[in-house]
Design a protein around this ligand. Sequence first.
Ligand SMILES: NC(=O)c1ccc[n+]([C@@H]2O[C@H](COP(=O)([O-])OP(=O)(O)OC[C@H]3O[C@@H](n4cnc5c(N)ncnc54)[C@H](OP(=O)(O)O)[C@@H]3O)[C@@H](O)[C@H]2O)c1
Length: 285
Amino acid sequence: MKVLVTGAAGQLGHDVVRECTTAGDEVVACDRANLDVADRQQTLQVVGAVGPDVVVHCATFTNVDDCETDPEKAYRVNAFGTRNVAEGCALTKARMIYVSTDYVFDGRATIPYTEWHPTGPISHYGHSKLGGEREAIDLLGPDATIVRTSWLCGAHGSNFVTTMLRLARHGDGLITVVDDQQGCPTFTRDVAATIRRLAVGHLPGVFHVTNAEPTTWHGFASAIFAGSGHDPDRVKAIASSELLPVRPAPRPSWSVLDNAALRGHGLPPLPPWRASLALLLKELN
Ligand SMILES: NC(=O)c1ccc[n+]([C@@H]2O[C@H](COP(=O)([O-])OP(=O)(O)OC[C@H]3O[C@@H](n4cnc5c(N)ncnc54)[C@H](OP(=O)(O)O)[C@@H]3O)[C@@H](O)[C@H]2O)c1
């Protein structure tokens, strides 16, 4: 396959490039400097010049709070930028895999969200990512695949694991972490492998792709401390309402995604998050 990866300098983009390169694909890795997806002309020009079989679209304005305070930019990059990438794919007859998020849901469910559960984002980030999903499906139909993932962590970039490791190593005091948001920590290496399977299989539609077994941010933080040889009792649970300073964007309190479409296609599930966390901690050490 000839694969073009947008947002290739990000944590997931990096692992998608590695996964596809290792598998023997011809990979064109584009970071923001050589492909700004918000720039329609540049996007059409680059996708047209490369002529890929598939575009894995990872480029996103990911800072949820910055999206809330600058919604214009959120929609420009996440929704309109995805329209541009989809238009480039339509012109070159490429397929597209668009990476989306658990934040398209409102977080008020009590059972895992399937791919067919009604969406209802509560933040501009979530709205703008849902906009991107619609652009991809409207413009490309069966040539579009949507991969919704959650709580992403990888070896390249800053994320919850790297933040907790920094706090664990810095002093020996207590740190506070919220205990009333449930989700599935998910690892970029595992998502990248599934994305490639979906690309090889030409599988259209929406897929939830997360590591198995839900926890809270507090549970995740405690496991990171324990797994890296620090005292997990240093991680104190608090409610989201106690978090200071108050963050601009609301977070869904329930982010657990049922990977029903992967199961339906007989594709392998991602490992339990604790197994993938152990591998990441080893890699980061
Ligand atoms: N991180 C999570 O917890 C999480 C959870 C659920 C879903 N996701 C989804 O997973 C995907 C990958 O996320 P990630 O964690 O790998 O994010 P990331 O590390 O922040 O990577 C995103 C990349 O996109 C680039 N980018 C931003 N604006 C761009 C533009 N206009 N044109 C081209 N590139 C641009 C960024 O470059 P700069 O750094 O130069 O801006 C960055 O390299 C995203 O679709 C995200 O919505 C992430």
